[in-house]
Design a binder for this molecule. Structure first.
Ligand SMILES: Nc1ncnc2c1ncn2[C@@H]1O[C@H](COP(=O)(O)OP(=O)(O)O)[C@@H](O)[C@H]1O
Ligand SMILES: [Mg+2]
Length: 212
């Protein structure tokens, strides 16, 4: 992790577009050169974020995802900005739109739902447990492949995910009612069937239970 002094941070952020912010300040900036800067608040010393900062996790997870052929942002550097008590990850965005943006369009259909089901199965088969799995963190790229952003909170395993984690991950995916409505709608089977067809560990019955 590289120290970034405050003056350099201000120069980098000059003219940036604020994509996300909360009460304690800016969270995601699109810089004037098109790259992105995601800021993480420094946590107190007792938390796990002190010994393994989220910005670092983000960068490490990018490497693992790339090795496993899952599209994701490209990390340029990881900074510590002591003055504002933030860590930051600077990255080239993954080109495309989030599924949240896309699902609001009238033509977002079953093809995409099935593709997402297969994609989640692929992540599970590849040992990727993405806890922030919701439609705002999945990107459809211009090449029509799916990829992940916001990957600080992810756990990776050498082998395929065990069943209990897969089922728990479905609960994460269905946490937001807007997502749930798009994914499952009026008993829509496309997402469900896409997932089932691409893996064999979880049965339809187990999945139905987890999603209820
Ligand atoms: N790699 C990326 N490619 C495209 N858009 C991105 C990328 N990373 C973030 N964004 C956009 O930035 C915003 C927030 O990103 P995210 O990392 O998910 O932050 P948050 O922690 O606020 O959820 C979203 O509006 C998302 O569309
Ligand atoms: Mg997000």
């Amino acid at each position: 992790m590289q120290a970034l002094d405050h003056a350099h941070y201000l120069a980098l952020a000059e003219g940036a577009e604020v994509l996300e912010a909360d009460h304690s300040g800016n969270k995601v900036l699109r810089l004037t050169d098109g790259s992105m800067l995601k800021l993480f608040r420094r946590k107190r010393l007792v938390s796990s974020a002190a010994w393994y900062p989220y910005a670092r996790r983000f960068a490490d997870n990018c490497v693992i995802l790339a090795e496993r052929d899952i599209p994701c942002p490209k990390v340029l550097s990881v900074f510590r900005i002591a003055k504002i008590q933030r860590d930051a990850v600077h990255y080239a965005p993954l080109e495309g739109q989030t599924l949240r943006q896309i699902m609001r369009a009238p033509d977002s259909g079953d093809g995409l739902r099935a593709e997402l089901g297969r994609f989640i199965a692929e992540l599970h088969e590849k040992g990727i447990y993405f806890r922030s799995a919701h439609l705002g963190n999945v990107i459809l790229t211009p090449r029509r492949t799916l990829g992940l952003i916001d990957i600080a909170d992810m756990k990776t395993f050498r082998g395929p995910l065990r069943k209990s984690l897969r089922l728990r991950n479905f609960k994460h995916m269905l946490r937001y009612s807007e997502d749930r409505k798009w994914l499952l709608g009026q008993n829509n089977q496309a997402f469900f069937n896409g997932y089932l067809a691409a893996q064999s560990l979880c049965t339809a019955k187990e999945l139905t239970q987890a999603m209820s």
